[in-house]
Design a protein around this ligand. Structure first.
Ligand code: HGY
Ligand code: MN
Ligand code: MN
Length: 419
């Protein structure tokens, strides 16, 4: 590793990185050390403003695109060169942890700041991005900001998506953009030389293997659906079951049938129904309408394709009294990361004498979409017992800093390649 790069890596501050995590964790804090920072909420806006403040302190340029993806840029000496990018997300699950997403944003900021403090000149600009709505908890589907940025989906596809309170994404997005009117407008899908995302593993493999760095090889495939069951509300005491169109009973039949479809002795398939809205949602009225989510995942492209195609016919067959509507909302095939970026991450780990291992990602990330437009890779650090999407999510300060040092070294290698 070049001397100047070593200086930058040495300037990554474990204390500053941890302090910034704890400051961000106060935004949307919930009991049990968790956070609830829904996309495009007041909490998301507050977190964005804190990030912008830290970026402005270093005189980095800050811009935003039409779906609210936030970009922090440190120029390179070849202004025409496509940037090397890093990033992740500030939004969280409703009962999220203090590290999912925000670690990749703060590790990226730490890398930019350390490189800046070391005065390292890079040929390429280096950019940090905080993607809008990675989680998809409030506005499904997930990874919305990166899907629109990379052209995989159109912004118009999502503007009328509503949250559980009936707020349309277009209004929450307008509010978020209006909160930072001073930001430069960024076009979408501009050329990117390479993208590396740092993230907690959200699984137990690194911790169990006693490794500090995960050199991520790819992400498993996933399919999301929204299923609606249309019945008729009736009196719970007087309406014979044979005459009912009970939407909740049929929803149970459909969910059971989908569990049978995805039954897997190897426990590799990941099938989840995590969200359900029942109308009128009253003890003594038969349900007239149910909306529920389906999230199914698998690392093998043929298997995830087969399961995805089977969801609708299986659901239709299982419903007994009601009509149903199955809407696919996400279709991501398994992605394989770029061998060059994987090697850069592995080389940096080895040069920093950190114990690393290669592994796939069970969780999805914005890197899934970036892999479609540029050489992409990810860096994992362990999280306690692999727990995530839970207030108890925890990580060690030293591991977070180690990941940030690997990120700094890998970004510098990629930003100065061919020089
Ligand atoms: O759902 C996921 O895999 C990611 O954590 N949003
Ligand atoms: Mn995440
Ligand atoms: Mn997550």
């Amino acid at each position: 590793m070049r001397e100047a790069h070593q200086d930058a890596v040495a300037r990554v501050s474990e204390e500053r990185l941890w302090r910034r995590h704890m400051e961000m964790a106060r935004i949307g804090a919930i009991p049990g050390n968790g956070v609830n920072r829904a996309a495009l909420s007041q909490e998301d806006i507050a977190a964005r403003k804190v990030l912008i403040g830290w970026a402005r302190d270093r005189n980095f340029e800050v811009g935003v695109d039409a779906i609210g993806n936030l970009f922090v840029r440190r120029p390179g000496h070849d202004a025409a060169a496509a940037p090397v990018m890093t990033g992740s997300h500030l939004d969280s699950q409703p009962r999220g942890g203090r590290f999912d997403g925000v670690y990749g944003v703060l590790a990226g900021l730490e890398a930019l700041q350390a490189i800046d403090e070391a005065g390292v000149k890079t040929r390429r600009p280096i950019e940090l991005v905080a993607w809008t709505n990675e989680e998809g908890g409030r506005f499904p589907p997930c990874t919305m900001g990166s899907a629109v940025y990379t052209g995989a989906r159109k912004l118009e596809d999502f503007l009328d998506v509503k949250d559980n309170e009936g707020v349309a994404l277009r209004n929450a997005l307008a509010q978020t953009l209006a909160a930072t009117p001073e930001l430069a407008q960024r076009p979408m899908k501009t050329p990117v030389a390479a993208y590396i995302e740092a993230h907690i593993e959200q699984g137990p493999l690194l911790e169990n293997a006693g490794k500090t760095i995960g050199v991520v090889t790819g992400i498993q495939g996933l399919r999301w659906f929204s299923i609606e069951v249309f019945g008729k509300t009736d009196h719970a005491g007087t309406t014979p079951l044979a005459l009912r169109q009970d939407a909740l009973r049929d929803a149970v039949y459909v969910i059971h049938a989908l569990h049978e479809l995805t039954r897997d002795a190897t426990d590799t398939v990941r099938f989840t129904v995590g969200r359900m809205l029942v109308t009128p949602n009253s003890t003594n009225s038969v349900a007239s309408h149910v909306l529920f989510s389906v999230d199914v995942r698998h690392p093998d492209p043929v298997t995830i394709d087969r399961l995805g195609k089977a969801v609708e016919p299986t659901a239709r067959k299982a419903a007994k009294q009601c009509t149903i509507k199955v809407t696919p909302t996400l279709r991501d095939d398994p992605c394989v990361f770029d061998p060059g970026v994987i090697s850069a991450v592995e080389r940096a780990s080895n040069e920093l004498e950190l114990r690393s291992m290669r592994l796939p990602s069970g969780a999805s990330h914005d890197a899934m979409y970036m892999a479609r437009i540029c050489p992409t890779g990810m860096i994992f650090v362990p999280c306690e017992k692999g727990v995530s999407h839970n207030e108890a999510e925890n990580a060690k300060s030293a591991d977070l800093a180690a990941g940030a040092r690997v990120l700094t070294a890998a970004l510098l290698e990629l930003a100065n390649k061919d020089e």
